[in-house]
Ligand binder design. Structure first.
Ligand SMILES: [Zn+2]
Length: 354
């Protein structure tokens, strides 16, 4: 890389500091740190990439500066309701199951009680701090759901959360008085007598999280986008578990979110590559989104543990139907495999001006 060429571009980038940049018509993204590409001597714009989606833990000003110099939009993932590393020291935020016991981790994931006020303030503070520090083009909320695991072929779908905060909040929102008794008895009463109200309330809690974080985002960075990484299951999958257990109600969320990023990890979820396009078609129809609409769909497809040809298929599928952008999980899996880099470059180059 010629340093003399980079220098003026970095100067230009520094003028843009503090501002968000315009959103490209079609997003050709990578998810994860761009560093593995840079370490191999690539410029991302030369690979057809125009946006990076970086984990909050790995963002830095030099990374943003270089990304800007390559003409990239910068979006940051925000791990919202992942309680790992928090609940251990704050047992009051530990999610409680229908037996009245603390939940066990769901695979590698440990959810948190979404109504516990201390945790909410903690996350809001973290987001505010990050937004004040870095001029990013958007925040992508991740893990916005009740405690569960949906990213594997055999999902873990527990009933939560029956902690005192949740039961009191449900009681006050619904106007229903829960009889006294052990937590397990209260849970059984709620699930047997008011299942539907309980599910609706849980969805409202999740949508409120998105709403509150959007308010905060707009206070700090009015032009930045709010994205959502989410479970891509159709309504009937796993007996309606997307809404019933995870608490994701698209009708509520579409009022808040600017961009939906369904996590269509076909191989990880035990589905064929063709499912990606089917799912995006279903989702576009469900949301009534069309390319050019203000509400966007930018899926995230699977790049690791799949062959380059298959990665090419799902990357293209990720740009089909109502989608106006795509990214892959993860950029690292592409950077380390020359054949996947070629596939990405071809798909991103060929689709210019879609
Ligand atoms: Zn709770």
């Amino acid at each position: 890389m010629n340093k003399l060429l980079i220098y003026p571009a970095l100067l230009l980038a520094s003028f843009a500091f503090g501002q968000t940049t315009e959103t490209p018509t079609i997003i050709h993204g990578i998810y994860g740190s761009p560093t593995p590409f840079w370490d191999k001597g690539y410029r991302l714009d030369e690979l057809g990439v125009n946006a990076i989606f970086v984990r909050g833990s790995s963002i830095s000003q030099p990374m943003i500066d270089r990304a800007r110099a390559e003409g990239l939009n910068v979006y940051v993932e925000f791990p919202t309701l992942n309680g790992k590393g928090y609940v251990e020291g704050h047992p009051e935020a530990w999610a409680i199951n229908e037996k009245g016991a603390k939940v066990e981790a769901a695979g590698w994931f440990m959810g948190v009680c979404p109504t516990e006020p201390g945790f909410r303030s903690h996350r809001q503070e973290q987001l505010r701090e990050m937004l004040r520090k870095y001029a990013v083009d958007g925040i992508w909320l991740d893990y916005v759901h009740w405690h569960a695991q949906f990213e594997e072929p055999e999902p873990i779908l527990p009933e939560t959360c029956f902690c005192e905060h949740c039961l009191a909040a449900f009681q006050s929102a619904s106007g229903i008085e829960i009889p006294t008794g052990a937590t397990s008895e209260k849970a059984e009463w709620v699930l047997s007598k008011h299942d539907s109200l309980w599910r609706d309330w849980r969805c409202a809690v999740i949508a409120d999280w998105a709403k509150d974080l959007k308010t905060l985002l707009k206070q700090e960075r009015p032009d930045a986008l709010l994205g959502l990484y989410h479970c891509p299951w159709a309504d009937a999958d796993f007996e309606g578990a997307r809404r019933r257990i995870l608490g994701l109600d698209y009708e509520l969320l579409k009022e808040v979110v600017d961009v939906f990023s369904p996590m269509v990890y076909h191989e990880r979820m035990g589905r064929p590559a063709g499912w990606v396009e089917e799912n995006i078609r279903w989702f576009g129809e469900k949301l009534e989104v069309h390319p050019g609409d203000q509400l966007k769909i930018w899926p995230i497809v699977q790049a690791y543990r799949v062959l380059p040809e298959e990665f090419g298929l799902v990357l293209k599928a990720g740009l089909s139907e109502a989608s106006s952008g795509v990214m892959m999980f993860t950029g690292d899996a592409v950077a380390e495999d020359e054949a996947k880099v070629k596939v990405m470059k071809k798909v991103y180059g060929a689709l210019d001006g879609k």
